[in-house]
Write a protein that binds this ligand. Structure first.
Ligand SMILES: Cc1cc2nc3c(=O)[nH]c(=O)nc-3n(C[C@H](O)[C@H](O)[C@H](O)COP(=O)(O)O)c2cc1C
Ligand SMILES: Nc1ncnc2c1ncn2[C@@H]1O[C@H](COP(=O)(O)OP(=O)(O)O)[C@@H](O)[C@H]1O
Length: 279
């Protein structure tokens, strides 16, 4: 069945921005049942799972609505739009803090009056007493708290980008790296990370160690680069880097030899950490 047909046959939808597809969002999807669709309201701010990246974290089809195209609608018009997109709609799933319309005028209470079917309101989802929200995940990624971000996400923070050329000194003098340009994704704090890297359309992820930041020791330019730990690989077009944990800050070394020593130690730390995860 085509995605369009699946959507037309949907009896339940979940509505929101859904940047991150985090644990809170997953609680909404758990209410959708067999014939569900996720309705993403695109604000233009999504940078944890920008655009279609959201599709990696749910098996439900996704309908994207641009905020600019719906913000002028009043409550009735919004429901009519949903009904026209989903003629069999019986259930709308939102979270406890869901608002829509001009100036976020309508809440789930209004939704219950406006919509004749069932409105399921999911209670606040928390982790150790802390409410899970995409803005908190962004804050964690920005300070390098990958572990904290991943705990909120329920999966590893993952970026994707097109292969770009490096300076060409890595392979000769340091270690070989895959350099990517991850447009649209939030950049984690500058530093070195334990990561998993997926190359082109391979099905599996390789153990890896990655550097994010300005290459202050060499040419000073910004790079996101991944060194694969389980052997030589060929990357043709793109790679996906999945962050596991933070190792250390970006640092200016006095010589390439010292940088090389630090990279060796990073490799050891990453190998050990990833070996432990496999147990
Ligand atoms: C694990 C790892 C750690 C790195 N740490 C630093 C660092 O602390 N400071 C720095 O200036 N560059 C660091 N780099 C980036 C190197 O400077 C970069 O790989 C080198 O300049 C070669 O670049 P190229 O691949 O574009 O040729 C690191 C790279 C790797 C793979
Ligand atoms: N922690 C949470 N607990 C319950 N519902 C949530 C939570 N976070 C988001 N939601 C719900 O998920 C939908 C998408 O919310 P959105 O605003 O995109 O998430 P966030 O607040 O994380 O940016 C909304 O219906 C919202 O109410």
């Amino acid at each position: 069945m085509s995605i369009a047909t699946t959507m037309k046959n949907s009896t339940a939808i979940a509505i929101g921005g859904f940047d991150g597809m985090h644990i809170g969002h997953q609680h909404l999807f758990a209410e959708l049942g067999e014939h569900g669709t996720i309705v993403v309201i695109e604000t233009g701010y999504a940078n944890i799972t920008p655009k279609e990246e959201r599709e990696n974290f749910s098996h439900y089809p996704i309908l994207y609505l641009e905020l600019d195209e719906i913000r002028h609608l009043d409550g009735d018009a919004f429901i009519s739009l949903l009904k026209s997109e989903f003629p069999k709609l019986k259930k709308i799933v939102v979270g406890y803090d869901f608002h829509f319309g001009k100036d976020r005028k309508y809440s789930f209470e209004d939704l219950k009056t406006l919509f004749s079917g069932e409105v399921k309101v999911v209670e606040e989802v928390t982790l150790e007493g802390d409410s899970i929200h995409s803005h908190k995940i962004r804050a964690k990624v920005k300070i390098g708290d990958i572990k904290g971000a991943n705990d909120f996400l329920g999966h590893n923070y993952t970026i994707m980008g097109a292969l770009v050329a490096g300076q060409g000194i890595g392979k000769k003098e340091l270690v070989a790296t895959i350099n990517i340009e991850a447009t649209g994704f939030l950049t984690p704090k500058e530093g070195v990370y334990v990561t998993l890297t997926r190359i082109d359309d391979e099905e599996h992820y390789h153990p890896s160690v990655s550097f994010v930041g300005h290459r202050v020791t060499t040419d000073g330019s910004f790079a996101i680069e991944s060194h694969i730990l389980d052997g030589e690989v060929i990357c043709n077009k793109k790679a996906r880097i999945s962050f596991v944990s933070f190792i250390r800050d970006n640092k200016k070394f006095d010589s390439i030899a010292e940088l090389k020593k630090a990279i060796k130690s990073d490799i050891n730390i990453a190998s050990q950490k990833l070996k432990l995860l496999q147990l």
